[in-house]
Write a protein that binds this ligand. Structure first.
Ligand SMILES: NC(=O)c1ccc[n+]([C@@H]2O[C@H](COP(=O)([O-])OP(=O)(O)OC[C@H]3O[C@@H](n4cnc5c(N)ncnc54)[C@H](OP(=O)(O)O)[C@@H]3O)[C@@H](O)[C@H]2O)c1
Length: 325
């Protein structure tokens, strides 16, 4: 029995990696009340896709991002409620080895979130344990066939692998609804090198752009090294921000001319490329700014200028280690 209720995918969504992630993003519980407001504001403005993962949140906060998202969804009663799409990503943990373990993982996420609309395979194990991947994908298909989720998606897959997995699911008449990859002005690789957008279009799969602000760098607020975040993110910024200078100047010039912000230019560029960006917002101000990126469009000349500036960068953002070809 497969679920018949259609998934609604808006032009842009909202990421929730920072929600519950203390180690990497400095989350603390005092942020929760603002996050409910972020959720409400997004939905009321048509940003109805929320992406999380069962690996978001660490230690005692394990599963916290999913729990928060479920709570926010249950408390929301306003406009666009019926369009909300709760998406999670199920991790290919080394102890998940069978289709059943994937179904159990999906059920645990449903328990935490109240429901899961879109269940995604978080990453492919093709490069290091291909046998495991087959099992986990079978389980993902079972979640769909048993009507436990409305749709399934993939994450960090390249063109060749995606075609293979698409053929595998076709044998069971299971559609792949979405693919998410790291896609931004500082991470064009999946599209420009792998050609993933064309493949998604051919196969009827929607492309989701994760980290569309390149972890905040594309907002331009990290121009001064003294403002870099602490930890791993700061180390990455130390290399990447100077490297991205010409691109940031280009995005800033367009933002000023259009009287928009650089974050809005970066998000708008993803939309112009036919992807659904899912920028993470930590507070109301960020959410307001990101949402407003939907209200206007870059023209083709501006997109071309940004493309040129992006292509001129020697060492862009590193790719996710699990990204396949
Ligand atoms: N499939 C995967 O493997 C994978 C991997 C990574 C992410 N994702 C998904 O993609 C989502 C978004 O990616 P991400 O969080 O990695 O990166 P992102 O969206 O590129 O950057 C998010 C960060 O940028 C800053 N920011 C956001 N909006 C802003 C604004 N308007 N003005 C100024 N700063 C702003 C915030 O951090 P600061 O305030 O600290 O600067 C925020 O946490 C995640 O939540 C997750 O759902 C998926």
């Amino acid at each position: 029995m497969s679920s018949t209720k259609e998934l609604f995918l808006p032009r842009m969504g909202c990421g929730t990696w920072a929600w519950g992630n203390r180690l990497l993003w400095g989350y603390d519980e005092s942020m929760d009340s603002q996050l409910q407001e972020v959720f409400n504001l997004c939905v009321a403005n048509g940003v109805t896709l929320f992406d999380t993962g069962d690996s978001y949140g660490t230690g005692k906060l394990n599963g916290q991002s999913e729990k928060l998202l479920g709570q926010f969804d249950q408390q929301y009663t306003g406009v666009n409620q019926e369009k909300i799409c709760l998406a999670t990503k199920l991790a290919a943990y080394p102890w998940r080895l069978t289709p059943k373990s994937m179904v159990e993982a999906g059920k645990a996420s449903i328990q935490r979130m109240g429901r899961v609309d879109l269940a995604q395979m978080h990453w492919s194990t093709a490069n290091y344990f291909p046998w495991q991947e087959e099992q986990l994908l079978d389980g993902l298909g079972d979640l769909y066939e048993q009507g436990l989720v409305k749709g399934i998606g993939l994450s960090n897959y390249g063109t060749k692998r995606l075609k293979r997995i698409h053929a595998k699911f076709s044998l069971r008449s299971i559609p792949i609804t979405t693919l998410q990859v790291q896609y931004s002005l500082l991470s064009t690789y999946p599209v420009t090198e792998l050609g993933i957008k064309e493949t998604c279009d051919e196969l009827g799969i929607k492309l989701i752009a994760y980290s569309p602000l390149c972890l905040g760098i594309l907002t331009g607020k990290y121009a001064d090294p003294s403002t870099y975040p602490k930890g791993l993110r700061g180390l990455l910024f130390k290399r990447l921000v100077p490297e991205a200078k010409s691109l940031l100047n280009c995005a800033n010039a367009i933002a000023q001319y259009r009287q928009k912000t650089m974050a809005q230019v970066a998000i708008n560029w993803c939309i112009a490329k036919g992807a659904i960006p899912i920028p993470g917002a930590k507070n109301i101000k960020q959410a307001q700014e990101n949402i407003a990126a939907q209200d206007w469009e870059l023209d083709s000349g501006e997109v071309a200028e940004l493309d040129r500036a992006a292509a001129s960068i020697d060492k862009p953002m590193v790719q996710n280690v699990f990204q396949t070809k």
